[in-house]
Design a protein around this ligand. Structure first.
Ligand code: ADP
Ligand code: ADP
Length: 223
């Protein structure tokens, strides 16, 4: 059961005279429910690949299918709606709103998708409890440790029960012990929910736990 497919992707960045072939000849297939690690040295195209596969960025050539739907055939508006419905995002720098408490950050995607305030609060509190933060719901991001902030980000990414979770260096800003805890949590959530996780990472221990490793060099997939 293939959930993500890419055929002959090409992505070029142009800044005036400068041209960077960020992705070339990318072909891949990702099975539903798998945990995938995208690895490789800095600048090899990992973030670009993640952004193109998730539809955050556009490609120059090729074809991407998510659950059988051709991303390129959707309008910008349809792609945005598709992302909101089926995808969750976890980034390195958390992207939490500083003036909102943990529970308010987590419930935001539900309020946007018109779930009632009461129901949203209930689900957000349940989600925070699943990531081990039941007792920090009223804290603002500045009052939480780095690991706790990343747990809030994970709760927010999963609150809409996405089929695919994209994570770009989710442990990049954390000390190694906290990073290991966050990876344990992601693995546990992947096993419990059978959601597909695609994780850009430098961390070898993440690779060791993945079902499949996509290794990149200079915009291409090595193995
Ligand atoms: P990685 O995530 O593996 O560090 P990236 O996907 O961020 O690599 O970058 C791949 C290549 O594309 C790099 O050479 C980078 O400098 C270049 N690049 C990334 N984003 C842009 C951009 N917006 N404009 C021009 N070049 C870019
Ligand atoms: P960790 O060891 O996980 O990095 P910290 O040592 O940063 O955690 O924080 C320990 C505890 O203190 C955490 O439970 C956190 O919620 C709380 N805490 C950290 N910074 C603040 C702050 N500025 N205001 C209130 N509570 C804080």
């Amino acid at each position: 059961d293939i959930i993500i497919e890419a055929h002959d992707l090409k992505k070029i960045y142009r800044n005036g005279q400068l041209r960077v072939d960020a992705l070339s000849n990318i072909n891949l297939a990702i099975k539903r429910g798998d945990m995938i690690a995208i690895m490789g040295p800095s600048g090899c195209g990992k973030t670009t690949l993640l952004n193109c596969l998730s539809g955050l960025d556009t490609i120059d050539e090729g074809d991407i299918l998510i659950q059988g739907a051709h991303l390129g055939e959707l309008s910008d508006q349809e792609r945005t709606a598709f992302r909101a419905r089926y995808m969750g995002f976890i980034f390195q720098d958390f992207n939490l709103l500083p003036v909102l408490s943990a529970v308010e950050n987590v419930e935001l995607p539900l309020l946007v998708s018109k779930v009632s305030a009461r129901q949203a609060r209930k689900r957000a509190l349940e989600m925070l409890s699943r990531v081990g933060l039941a007792d920090r719901a009223r804290h603002r991001p500045a009052e939480l440790s780095g690991g706790q902030r990343q747990r809030v980000t994970i709760a927010r990414a999963l609150i809409n029960d996405p089929t695919i979770v994209w994570a770009d260096e989710p442990t990049g800003n954390l000390d190694s012990e906290t990073a290991a805890e966050i990876m344990d949590l992601l693995c546990q959530l992947n096993q419990e929910n059978r959601q597909t996780f695609v994780i850009v990472t430098h961390a070898l221990e993440v690779g060791q736990r993945a079902h499949q490793i996509i290794t990149m060099r200079d915009g291409r997939i090595l193995a």
